[in-house]
Design a protein around this ligand. Structure first.
Ligand code: EPS
Length: 388
């Protein structure tokens, strides 16, 4: 499977084209809309989310509720475009800076300056429109399709917030994935620890009051993945590497860890590796899951537990110093409308990014022209490794 996204933040629409989805899969726009709505929520979002009501239109690849095996195209309209028709339209307009809402003062931490240097744009709106996290809506749409595939083969997934700024949720490892889903969906900040919710919201309010922004840590839990997805035989087939690369490609993400992650540096081998056991019902399993479901670039059959860290959003109402690319003088960076914290939304984005990589690994490994073939092959594979 592969996908492309297209669209500018204040342009007409976002488009996702997915190729390689098995045929005969029951796919409804409601499956995708549920994900889009979850991504839009969360405390700390700005005014834009009051304008947008992200809903998908499926424009190809699905007929009467089932996939055809042909490319699936998904469209999400930008309702805000009606305020930007002139500024973001495709037709030529006057070369008036005011009319174009031209941006010449790059924001530190954003793609503005690097993109302008690389693509030769004197107006950095041409960069920021595409580097905006609005694009993650299109990626969530792709991930929502991946989640429908995963559900068919008994794989469940949820993303939630672990930390916002310096407020850490206590570990909730004892919770089942069902409980994690319920709790995160009920929480205003998509965290599992109610006792920290207010502190997280206070941290967001304070940042907003100060004209500042904050980031945090999100975690994704995947349950029901068979052992042996991915491969040790070549670097670009290691599934943990693929997931890490994809997570790092989410706007503002700066790091990834599986299981105990960076804390492995503080542990001895005996405290890090997960002892192997066998049970005729379960097959091989690990007594612990310190490595977050991966060994040798392959799944172990234990839950995948992966975290990502998101930096504070670079658009600040109290901006940092920057340089105007026209005058070369020091100025405060441009102020664009933004969110003070998008960590709750980022947990939904990461869930869908991870879902995509896991579903893609399944489709690579098993015959999957039809969803029925995929299910049959995975069932047989699960039986084989259980008795191995
Ligand atoms: C974003 C800035 C804000 C966010 C946007 C990402 O948009 P605007 O500049 O229109 O207020 O709301 O996020 C989304 C639109 C979205 O759907 O997530 C940015 O600068 O990256």
């Amino acid at each position: 499977m592969r996908y492309l996204t297209a669209g500018e933040s204040h342009g007409k629409q976002l488009t996702t084209i997915i190729e390689g989805v098995p045929s005969q899969l029951n796919l409804l726009k409601e499956d995708i809309n549920e994900s889009l709505i979850r991504r839009q929520g969360g405390y700390g979002r700005g005014r834009r989310m009051k304008i947008e009501k992200d809903l998908v239109e499926i424009t190809s690849g699905v007929r009467h509720g089932f996939t055809l095996g042909s490319p699936i195209s998904l469209v999400i309209k930008n309702d805000d475009f009606k305020h930007w028709t002139h500024i973001m339209g495709e037709d030529p307009i006057d070369d008036d800076v005011e009319v174009k809402r031209q941006i010449t003062k790059p924001r530190p931490g954003h793609a503005d300056l690097n993109g302008a240097l690389k693509y030769g744009h004197r107006d950095m709106r041409n960069v920021l429109e595409r580097s905006s996290a609005r694009e993650t809506a299109a990626r969530v749409a792709a991930g929502a399709v991946a989640k429908v595939i995963l559900k068919e083969v008994g794989i469940d997934i949820i993303g939630y917030v672990k930390q916002i700024y310096n407020v850490k949720a206590t570990d909730q490892h004892h919770l089942t994935i069902e409980d994690k889903k319920l709790k995160s969906n009920e929480s205003t900040v998509r965290a599992l620890d109610e006792s920290k919710e207010q502190d997280m919201m206070d941290a967001i309010d304070q940042a907003k009051k100060d004209g500042d922004s904050i980031g945090g840590i999100v975690e994704v839990h995947v349950e029901g993945v068979p052992a042996g997805l991915g491969s040790h035989v070549h670097y670009d087939r290691k599934l943990d590497g693929r997931i890490a690369g994809s997570v790092m490609s989410i706007n503002a993400f700066k790091g990834v860890e599986f299981g105990v992650g960076f804390d492995a540096a503080n542990r001895r081998g005996s405290e890090t590796h997960d002892e192997i056991a066998y049970d005729s019902e379960r097959g091989y399993y690990r007594k612990t899951n310190n490595l977050g479901g991966f060994e040798g670039g392959m799944t172990t059959g234990m839950p995948i537990i992966v975290k990502g860290v998101m930096k504070p959003i670079p658009t600040l109402y109290k901006p940092l110093n920057s340089v105007d690319i026209d005058t070369k003088e020091t100025f405060q960076a441009s102020i664009e409308r933004s969110d003070s914290c998008a960590v709750p939304a980022a947990s939904v984005v990461m869930e869908h990014i991870v879902a995509w990589e896991v579903a893609n690994a399944l489709l690579e490994q098993f015959t999957s022209d039809t969803i029925g073939q995929l299910k049959e092959e995975i069932k047989r594979y699960r039986e084989r490794i259980q008795q191995f």
